[in-house]
Ligand binder design. Structure first.
Ligand code: CDP
Ligand code: CDP
Length: 222
């Protein structure tokens, strides 16, 4: 058996990582893991039990007991949970508890798939440093706030631009400046700025990069 091929996608909040990673996984026939959902699940469970996501002991206990069913919680996409996720994500014990699952997913993708696409903040730097293809997806914070607003509105939530913008800035700042696994491009990552790119254009560009980095023959399908 050939080792699984890994595509690592990192970047700040609402840059378009998930949309891109899902599209790449579909085109390549790979499995997809949204690593942010692990941190969101920990944050959501801490909030649901009335705990403080900034408390080390609480966050570590919840992360160490996380179950697959927790990833199916309906409240994972809210801004409150995103904020709690970035608080628990700064804690070394939380990150350590979630690492083995992510590495196992990358090394042995489910359903016998030949590879995996993972997205997050530290996939190319910490989780899968040997991934042959790494993308760092970015976009201006203003366009990211607009996109996130649009998403929240579609779920029926009330979204105020200034609040979403402030929230993204605060979360990015915390993710970039934490001591453990901070958000930053891996030395061998390709930067992909999606500020002026539509979803299809971003996917085409990413496919070209993956093809060049891996030698995989990927032809975009309709
Ligand atoms: O995973 P991440 O938080 O980085 O972002 P996402 O959930 O993939 O994308 C956030 C929103 O931006 C989604 O509603 C996408 O449809 C939208 N988007 C876009 O308008 N243009 C892109 N090039 C990428 C994403
Ligand atoms: O969708 P969005 O980009 O807003 O966030 P997410 O990818 O769901 O991640 C939520 C939070 O989890 C982030 O703000 C990070 O603090 C944390 N996270 C992380 O630390 N490492 C990862 N590999 C993925 C997410």
């Amino acid at each position: 058996d050939r080792p699984a091929m890994v595509v690592a996608i990192d970047g700040p909040a609402a840059a378009g990582k998930g949309t891109l990673a899902r599209g790449l996984a579909r085109q390549l026939g790979f499995a997809y893991l949204d690593s942010g959902s692990l941190y969101r699940a920990v944050g959501a469970k801490v909030l649901a039990e009335g705990g403080d996501p900034a408390d080390d002991e609480t966050a570590a206990r919840v992360a160490e007991a996380l179950q697959p069913a927790d990833l199916e919680r309906p409240d994972l996409r809210s801004e409150a949970v995103g904020r709690a996720a970035s608080l628990v994500a700064a804690k070394p014990r939380v990150r350590a508890a979630l690492l083995a699952f992510q590495r196992h997913f990358a090394a042995s993708p489910p359903d016998g798939k030949a590879g995996a696409v993972l997205d997050g903040r530290d996939i190319g730097t910490v989780v899968c440093p040997d991934a042959p293809a790494k993308l760092f997806v970015d976009a201006s914070v203003e366009i990211r706030a607009r996109r996130r607003m649009e998403e929240l509105r579609q779920t029926g939530a009330d979204a105020i631009y200034a609040a979403v913008l402030a929230d993204l800035k605060e979360r990015d700042e915390r993710d970039r400046n934490r001591a453990v696994a901070p958000l930053k491009p891996a030395d061998d990552a390709e930067l992909l700025d999606t500020t002026d790119l539509g979803i299809e254009e971003a996917l085409e560009t990413a496919l070209r990069i993956v093809r060049r980095k891996t030698g995989l023959a990927v032809t975009k399908q309709a």
